[in-house]
Each structure stands twice: as C-alpha cells, then as structure tokens.
Design a protein around this ligand. Structure first.
Ligand SMILES: Nc1ncnc2c1ncn2[C@@H]1O[C@H](COP(=O)(O)OP(=O)(O)OP(=O)(O)O)[C@@H](O)[C@H]1O
Ligand SMILES: [Mg+2]
Length: 254
C-alpha cells in the first residue's frame, strides 16, 4: 500500500513543483516505486520529467472530468522507478467542470485507489489555489507536504491553507496529516531568511523538516532539460538536499 503525499500551498512559485519532481525522482532512485501526479494546468511537473505535453493521450483532466481510469493515464518516465499521471492545459477548466460531477471532491481519490497497490509513494503536485482540484488532492492524500519559500511574506496565507486542510480532514479524510513543512530557496547569508525560518518554526513546532532546500540556479535550469536535478547535476547542493530530504521522509515512514 502506498503513501500518498500532496505537495500543496496556494501561494504561487514557492517550490511545489520543484519539490514534487525532485522528491519523486529521489524516491525512485532509492528503490521506491513512485508515481508523480500532476494536477496543475501549468503542467510543470509533466514537462519537468521530460514529457512532451502535446503528445499526451490521457491526462489528469480525463481522470477528473471524463471518468478515465488512473491506469489509462500512467506514463513511465525515463527515470528510475518513476511514473507520472501527466496534466494538460484543459485542466484549467476542470475547476469549474468538477462542480457538476457527483462526489466531486473524491474523484481523484477514487481514481488513485486501484493504483495504490502498485506504488510505494504517490506524490501529488497541486496548483497554486485552494479550489476543488486541491481539495481532491487533500482528500486523496495521507499527508500534506507544504513548501514554504524563505521570504518576507512566507507565513501569509498559511493559516488559510491550514484551514483548508482542517476542513478536508473534518469532512472527508480524517487520516490526513501534516507530513512536514519544507523550507525552500534558502539563502543562509540573508538575515531575513533566518528571521523567516525562526517564525515558521514557531508557527509549526516540530513539523519543519530539518533538511532545507538551498537556492541554486541548477534547480531552476533542470526543468528546461526535462530532468530532475539528480539526473541533471547529481552532486549539486540542491540535488543533495532533496536526497537528504527523501532520507528524512523515508525514516519517518518506515
Ligand atoms: N531551490 C531553488 N533554487 C532556485 N530556484 C528555485 C528553487 N526552487 C524553485 N526554484 C524556481 O522557482 C520557480 C518557482 O518554483 P516552482 O515552479 O517549483 O514553484 P511552484 O510552487 O510549483 O509554482 P506554481 O505555484 O506556479 O505551481 C521556478 O522557476 C523554479 O525553477
Ligand atoms: Mg507548480
């Protein structure tokens, strides 16, 4: 039975996709059968693992709206033990179209259920919103991993996100827990970064991963080559940090 982790934060550009792709790739490289689920219309994790978005037949849009089976949309990537449920741009309409579907908050959960036996980990890369798509991810998940960018307004919106998590927990998915808060784009030379880290640790006692992800240009280059950082530049500090984070996650989930 797999562990399903939703990578969520309604704030844009905080490192959700970078984290989902690189955690998934490292899990695969460490021998775990891993499925990455892209439910963001932007499709950044789909292209980030080297898929050409124009060539996709079945996507997470078809799963959410057209009743497609999870297995019909799975694509094997070129990377060790890593498959993906890719997304397409028409997913942007799904947020509205979902409203007319019965059990609309459980569509993704139901589609992933038959796949759970085939993977050790399923990582869901959420869009930057708290709409029905993210609700589907939180409902399908066992835990939520929250990337937080080390910047001044980092805490803004986090109480709203935690309210959504609590609401999904209360209504649909009582098992949902907080996997952890991940500090991204960390630059230890900045005083501001230190302040933000202190504040976030105060807000989430014992829930902040001890691994932090440094800011490095290599992490932002890798997606344009369709490669997770571990395949693009394995020894890079960003790659090593995601490797260490995965060790932390694996230790917690033994
Ligand atoms: N540790 C890092 N160092 C440098 N650049 C980074 C790092 N993490 C992410 N980035 C870059 O920051 C930008 C935003 O990251 P990413 O796409 O992962 O965020 P996101 O939360 O998924 O965004 P969105 O909300 O739009 O889906 C991207 O250009 C990415 O390459
Ligand atoms: Mg993203």
């Amino acid at each position: 039975m797999s562990k399903v982790i939703a990578v969520a934060n309604q704030k844009g550009g905080v490192g959700k996709t970078t984290s989902a792709v690189n955690i998934a790739a490292w899990l695969g490289a460490k021998g775990k059968r891993t499925l990455l689920v892209d439910i963001d219309p932007q499709g950044n994790s789909t292209s980030g693992v080297g898929l050409d978005r124009r060539s996709l037949k079945t996507t997470t849009y078809d799963i959410l709206i057209n009743g497609a089976k999870g297995a019909d949309a799975v694509v094997k990537t070129a990377f060790e033990k890593l498959s993906i449920l890719p997304s397409s741009a028409d997913l942007a309409a799904a947020e509205i179209e979902l409203a007319d579907i019965p059990a609309r908050e459980a569509v993704l959960k139901n589609a992933l259920a038959p796949l759970r036996a085939e993977y050790d980990f399923i990582l869901i890369d959420c869009p930057p919103s708290l709409g029905l798509i993210t609700t589907n991810a939180l409902n399908a998940a066992d835990s939520v991993l929250i990337p937080v960018q080390c910047e001044y307004y980092a805490l803004e919106g986090l109480s709203q996100l935690m309210n959504s998590v609590q609401a999904v927990k209360r209504r649909y998915n009582e098992r949902l827990e907080l996997e952890g808060v991940l500090l991204t784009m960390y630059d230890g030379r900045l005083n501001l970064t230190q302040q933000v880290v202190t504040e976030i640790k105060k807000y989430f006692p014992r829930k902040v991963f001890s691994t932090v992800i440094p800011r490095t240009v290599r992490l932002s280059e890798a997606p344009s080559f369709g490669q997770p950082i571990l395949y693009y530049d394995r020894s890079n500090k960003g790659s090593q940090a995601y490797g260490a984070l995965v060790d932390e996650i694996l230790k917690k989930n033994r």
